[in-house]
Write a protein that binds this ligand. Structure first.
Ligand code: SAH
Length: 254
């Protein structure tokens, strides 16, 4: 779970080093306006906690300081400019809290709900929010397709998902949670074009419409990666029969 390299990377980084690197990477990606001294310190504590918890059970493949700053924190903070002020946000399949924890830290105006089917991960996210004093994050343990039948259906301004599944499947899990006029932001590292093609039929069937296909690069000064966010808008009700049970979604995706 923790390799030697990660261990020594943490041994060799002081809090001041970490904060300097975090500020640099956020500035390089024009995300520095979402950082303050207090938010940066929270991100530092969160990074340490991710690393330390990962020694007990597997939360993430990336737990070295630079990796966390670039591949988790900057990657997730890149969503900040796409989310309207004071929005209620549901993060489907949040895992170790990405993007939910980063959004709750960098955008205190948001009300964030972090959803995952794995109890261990939900407990980790909930406890992280408590330790960091984040009063704008609630963690929920449930399967998205089941929760979508409760009163949380069509109740969020924005739904996010990073690295959960392909768009065709994800749309069935996520769009039901958006209120009319709300947005579903699907974060993609690659294959966005193909996934969009494959979901062409599914999206309108679920009451969604492609609003924008954002493409941007993220850099840490040495490495530059391409990222995509597919922004879907909910412009009609999702028919009550969706989402179907998960096995069915997988077996016959829309
Ligand atoms: N978003 C995180 C985690 C991705 S891993 C990140 O980017 O790092 C995918 C997560 O989705 C897992 O934690 C898994 O438990 C969760 N998940 C998958 N299908 C789900 C479903 N139907 N309902 C709720 N959570 C789900």
């Amino acid at each position: 779970m923790q390799n030697e390299q990660t261990l020594s990377a943490w041994e060799n980084v002081s809090e001041a080093d970490f904060l300097a690197r975090l500020n640099r990477v956020f500035a390089q990606n024009r995300l520095d306006r979402y950082l303050s001294r207090e938010r940066a310190e929270k991100l530092y504590l969160l990074a340490r906690r991710l690393f330390e918890t990962n020694t007990q059970y597997n939360l993430s493949a990336i737990t070295d300081p630079d990796g966390i700053i670039f591949k988790h924190f900057a990657d997730c903070a890149a969503l900040c400019p796409m989310i309207p002020e004071k929005a209620s946000v549901l993060d489907v399949g949040t895992g170790a809290g990405f993007p939910s924890l980063v959004l709750a830290i960098c955008r205190p105006d948001l009300r964030v709900t972090a959803l995952d089917a794995t109890e261990k991960k939900v407990r980790y996210v909930e406890e992280s929010a408590r330790l960091l004093g984040l009063t704008n994050l609630t963690a929920v343990c449930a399967r998205a397709e089941e929760l979508a039948a409760t009163d949380l259906r069509k109740s969020f301004d924005v739904v996010t998902a990073r690295a959960v599944s392909e768009l065709r499947i994800l749309s069935e899990l996520c769009l039901p949670f958006c209120r009319r006029g709300g947005l579903f932001l699907a974060m993609k590292a690659k294959n966005a074009e193909n996934e969009l093609k494959a979901a062409k039929k599914a999206i309108p069937m679920l009451g969604g419409k492609l609003k924008e296909q954002k493409e941007y690069s993220l850099t840490d000064g040495t490495e530059t990666v391409l990222r995509y966010v597919l922004i879907l808008e909910k412009n009609a009700e999702t028919p009550a029969r969706y989402p179907r049970p998960y096995a069915k979604i997988l077996k016959s995706p829309l």
